[in-house]
Design a protein around this ligand. Structure first.
Ligand SMILES: [Zn+2]
Length: 402
């Protein structure tokens, strides 16, 4: 007989929901420094009360604006540690929270003050059971995740590179009868293609020209065609600009050529394409970038133009078959032992916390540990309180094994 799913004492649930309602009542949209500070201070007190050493540090973002970063650590969270990561900012300003049945309707209830409250609830539950979180537990809560901020990226890299395990307490998703846990997340590589051809009068010397635009367009169509359905890599050509060299290299000054009759009789000698590729394993990333470079060499030869393919910034993927796999499996089993179905999402898109680690292939990562709901980033946002209950128990069970 599995233990009942509702093995969370009522007083712990009520206390957790009470704190969560308070947190959601504090407006903390990205950039709202006063609100973010109030959240950081409030969380700091809650973690101190549960035996973690909390600190609110001040860090400057890319624009030089100083924002709060909360850390809460166990007595031995140095060297290597068990890292939990979350964020305190929301997309929208707070509206008045309200509980209706099993739902908490509030800004940030789902994304992701619910995940922060879940951790508080799990600490309470462990204490009540006479257990505790590992001594090397370290929680980092950043202020600018929803704004794709530099503090988030830097903090996760700084702390994540030395973590023995990374638990991301962002929300999972409802799926069928159950809920998801994120075991795999795509990485992305940005790239740029530059093509140079030979300008010529399209009426007088058509066959002496070499169109950079036609070559780049051919490359772009074939590049997207390298995308694979299912778990394979995908390629997106986000921009393609072609024309005469003046137009392409100084678009700001020559944009008014568009729609005019000027220079339509010039064979294009310049084109630039920019985009990205997304992939689920480092090997897929290397493979797709090599294929794009190889395609550039072939298309350039076919069209008699020159092409330079340049991969740029790369965010590494979390491979669902990487070092986090056994841990994800364990979490699924812990949920099953409590009588509820948790399924692994092996292929989540979007760049998020785990992509900021220098090498996610070296750190076991579990994402989407937080409770589910719906309406993220909208006025319809709500948190499923039954999910909060289940996930508090799940996190406590997990922390007891780590
Ligand atoms: Zn979030």
């Amino acid at each position: 007989m599995p233990a009942p799913a509702t093995s969370l004492p009522q007083e712990i649930l009520e206390r957790t929901v009470g704190v969560l309602v308070d947190l959601c009542g504090i407006s903390s949209a990205s950039g709202d420094l006063e609100g973010l500070d109030r959240i950081a201070q409030r969380l700091s007190r809650e973690f101190e009360a549960r035996g973690l050493a909390a600190e609110v540090a001040r860090e400057a973002d890319a624009a030089g604006v100083v924002q709060p970063v909360l850390t809460a650590r166990g007595p031995r969270a140095d060297g290597r540690y068990l890292l939990l990561v979350g964020h305190m900012d929301t997309v929208l300003d707070a509206a008045t929270p309200r509980v209706e049945g099993d739902r908490l309707h509030a800004t940030g209830a789902l994304d992701m003050k619910g995940g922060l409250a879940m951790f508080l609830g799990a600490l309470d539950l462990l204490k009540q059971r006479g257990q505790k979180a590992p001594d090397d537990t370290l929680l980092v809560v950043v202020p600018d995740e929803e704004a794709s901020g530099s503090i988030s990226e830097r903090a996760v890299r700084r702390w994540g590179d030395h973590a023995r395990t990374l638990l991301v307490i962002e929300p999972g998703e409802p799926r069928g009868e159950g809920e998801t846990l994120v075991a795999g997340r795509r990485g992305a590589a940005e790239w740029r293609l530059e093509a140079s051809g030979k300008a010529a009068h399209s009426g007088l010397a058509y066959w002496q020209g070499r169109s950079a635009l036609a070559a780049a367009a051919d490359w772009a169509a074939r590049a997207q065609g390298l995308s694979e359905r299912g778990s394979g890599p995908t390629v997106n050509v986000a921009r393609l600009v072609g024309g005469d060299a003046d137009f392409v290299t100084d678009l700001a000054h020559h944009h008014d050529l568009l729609g005019s009759q000027r220079r339509r009789n010039v064979i294009s000698d310049r084109a630039v394409a920019e985009g990205e590729a997304r992939f689920l394993s480092p090997a897929d990333g290397e493979r797709i970038l090599a294929a794009l470079a190889d395609l550039a060499a072939r298309v350039a030869a076919e069209h008699g133009v020159s092409m330079a393919f340049q991969p740029r910034h790369t965010a590494p993927p979390v491979d669902p078959n990487g070092p986090g796999r056994p841990l994800a499996q364990r979490v699924v089993e812990l949920a099953a032992a409590r009588g509820w179905p948790l399924v692994m999402d092996d292929d989540r898109g979007g760049i998020s916390f785990p992509n900021f680690i220098t090498d996610p292939a070296r750190v076991p990562v579990i994402d989407g540990l937080g409770p589910v709901g719906d309406g993220m980033h909208t006025r319809e946002e709500f948190l499923d309180l039954r999910s909060l209950e289940r996930r508090i128990v799940l996190l406590a069970d997990l922390l007891a094994t780590l």
